[in-house]
Design a protein around this ligand. Structure first.
Ligand code: GLA
Length: 401
């Protein structure tokens, strides 16, 4: 009898999906928001954060789904005699609690940044040895999101260090999204689903299509370099635990076609959509890319299945993303330097996905497609004929007709 009960218990424990251990219901679709780092690095203060929250609301980005306003590195002042962390008194004189209140009053949420080590990547105090204390402090301030970096981590086990901050967050009793910024060095996708809500899969992003920017001991990566490093990772992501391809560089110097492709790829890959540009002053063209609801909807699809690449030849790649209600998103990526006239005869193809056990057989089923960027539409009964811009994409949403 006892043994039967034990077996039952073990079965019950082992069938609990790993992510359910967090049980906080956060990031059931990839988190959306803004972060100060890509544009401002250490040059941040409370005025910037307040103005960004205002811009998010005023420009309709909140209505489009953006929620988190995240302060990255360099908000820190010093620890006091009790080890309590305080913000930089010059840059954040009103304190983080006041900032959280301000952001909350606008229906948004506040994120903060810390690090596993004694010092952050920007050389500010990290949380090592203060994990529970810091999580309590952030909770008392009303913080909703913690990005937790991996600098000064020598000698630490990544899994152990992130488990500690995850436990500390749980002990604080305030649900806070844990965005793990470990750069993929210790394969976090293999162990982090029960610990955090997203994990960086690569080093830092750089606003270029296909380049690497050397910083000596490490290189920042362009859009295609990051995309190519996602191979094999899609099976690890899902609701509550996402592969994070780093914060967005839309509006940070690439061409409009590159920006659209970058945003489309991040949407298809279910990466968190964390804006990295200055929201207070941006051209309408940038605003229309980051606010494009048809593209955001692909990222925020409740099924939470990351796209698969099912064809690649030369500079062309075809990607498909199974979506709820038997829909699909379909992306043609042109990695190359010249525009591409592309024809796709749906009738000759079937798209199958072993992971989600989904199939689109265009001979049996006709789908109506809508171009997520232009609104143009058609159906899979007829051959698709499109021009894919250089360094660009065509992104379609397919519904059974
Ligand atoms: C690391 C992270 C970046 C940013 C900086 C801050 O490089 O990967 O996203 O947070 O640190 O110093």
């Amino acid at each position: 009898m006892k043994r039967a009960f034990a077996t039952l218990l073990m079965t019950a424990v082992s069938v609990t999906p790993a992510w359910a251990q967090k049980a906080d219901g956060l990031a059931m679709t990839p988190q959306m928001g803004w972060n100060s780092w890509n544009k401002f690095a250490c040059n941040i203060d409370e005025k910037l954060i307040r103005e960004t929250a205002d811009a998010m609301v005023k420009l309709g980005l909140k209505d489009a789904g953006y929620q988190y306003v995240n302060i990255d590195d360099c908000w820190h002042g010093a620890r006091d005699a009790n080890g309590e962390m305080h913000p930089d008194p010059q840059r954040f004189p009103s304190g983080i609690k006041a900032l959280a209140d301000y952001v909350h009053a606008r229906g948004l949420k506040l994120g903060i940044y810390s690090d596993v080590g004694n010092t952050t990547c920007g050389g500010r105090p990290g949380s090592r040895g203060h994990e529970y204390q810091d999580a309590r402090t952030y909770a008392a301030w009303g913080v909703d999101y913690i990005k937790y970096d991996w600098c000064d981590s020598k000698g630490l086990s990544a899994q152990g260090a992130y488990q500690t901050i995850s436990d500390a967050i749980r002990a604080s009793k305030r649900p806070m999204l844990l965005s793990m910024c470990e750069w993929g060095e210790n394969k976090p996708w293999e162990w982090a689903a029960p610990i955090g809500h997203s994990w960086r899969t690569t080093g830092d992003i750089y606003p270029c299509w296909d380049c690497e920017m050397s910083h000596g001991s490490w290189s920042a990566l362009g859009i295609l370099r990051i995309l190519d490093k996602q191979a094999g990772l899609r099976k690890y992501a899902g609701p509550g635990h996402w592969n994070d391809m780093d914060m967005l560089e839309v509006g940070m110097g690439m061409t409009e076609d590159e920006d659209r492709a970058h945003f489309s790829i991040w949407a298809m890959m279910n990466s968190p959509l964390i804006l990295g540009n200055d929201l207070r002053s941006m051209p309408a063209s940038v605003r229309s890319i980051i606010g494009r609801r048809e593209v955001i909807a692909i990222n925020q699809d409740p099924l939470g299945v990351q796209a698969l690449r099912f064809y690649n030849q030369g500079q062309v790649e075809l990607w498909a993303k199974p979506m709820a209600n038997d829909e699909w998103a379909f992306m043609i990526l042109n990695r190359g330097e010249a525009p591409l006239a592309y024809r796709y005869d749906w009738q000759q193809h079937t798209i199958g996905d072993d992971l989600s056990k989904r199939e689109a057989d265009f001979r049996k089923t006709t789908y109506r497609w809508t171009d997520a960027w232009t609104g143009k539409s058609g159906d899979t009964g007829k051959r698709l004929e499109v021009t894919v811009p250089a360094h660009g994409v065509v992104l379609l949403r397919l519904k059974k007709s």
